[in-house]
Ligand binder design. Structure first.
Ligand code: GDP
Length: 196
């Protein structure tokens, strides 16, 4: 399958260091602690793959994981961490917004949100930046195991309702890394994005 042959490729802190574009890229974004690393590891069925990106000093970096011969899963720095100094935050915003808005080989974005705190101000900022490209966004409402079935279904419905009005290129699903819930649905989307 898509994730059978995935490995860490490179880490980037400046736009000029972005790898030469080859196959397609899919970016994973989310507030720090939302569950992004867990989601990547769950989808890749690899215990600690995405924790490479949590190495101190690398948290503001863009981490590239190669999938198969030519595609890349791109792990973007988690945002919203309160104690980041202004200069670093500005550097991050510039790196992120430029990458998201100008990277030709970027096919789409997977946005990870903790189901208990969906659509924060910074999540909306990400959607705004990216919506200019008209590329697809797929949202994983993760940690769905933290809510009852009914509560989770209700959040899903509300988020979907909010998105369809404002961001027609956006889809959303429930996910739980802990319970292994939603893997097939997410994998189907990614497989479709990366193509045959
Ligand atoms: P990141 O900062 O977005 O990469 O978040 P992590 O993947 O490191 O997860 C942050 C915290 O949430 C960790 O303590 C995880 O164990 C926990 N977590 C992540 N995914 C899930 C999930 O699906 N269910 C539950 N209950 N906890 C989760």
């Amino acid at each position: 399958s898509l994730f059978q042959n995935i490995h860490f490729y490179t880490t980037v802190n400046r736009l000029v260091d972005l790898p030469r574009a080859s196959g397609l890229e899919v970016a994973f974004a989310g507030r720090s602690n939302a569950g992004k690393s867990s989601a990547i590891n769950t989808l890749a069925k690899r215990g600690r793959l995405a924790y490479v990106s949590k190495t101190p000093g690398r948290t503001q970096h863009i981490n590239f994981f190669q999938l198969g011969d030519s595609h890349f899963l791109v792990d973007l720095p988690g945002y919203g961490y309160a104690k980041v100094p202004l200069a670093i935050r500005q550097h991050w915003e510039h790196l992120l917004s430029t990458y998201l808005q100008t990277r030709d080989v970027l096919y789409g974005m997977v946005l990870i949100m903790d189901i208990r705190h969906p659509l924060t101000k910074l999540d909306l900022q990400m959607l705004e930046w990216f919506s200019l490209t008209k590329k697809p966004v797929h949202i994983l409402l993760t940690k769905a195991d933290k809510l009852s079935r009914n509560q989770a279904a209700c959040v899903l419905k509300n988020v979907r309702h909010f998105l369809t009005e404002r961001y027609p290129h956006c889809t959303v699903q429930l996910f739980s890394s802990m319970m292994g819930y939603g893997i097939e649905e997410a994998t189907a989307i990614l497989t479709d994005w990366f193509g045959p």
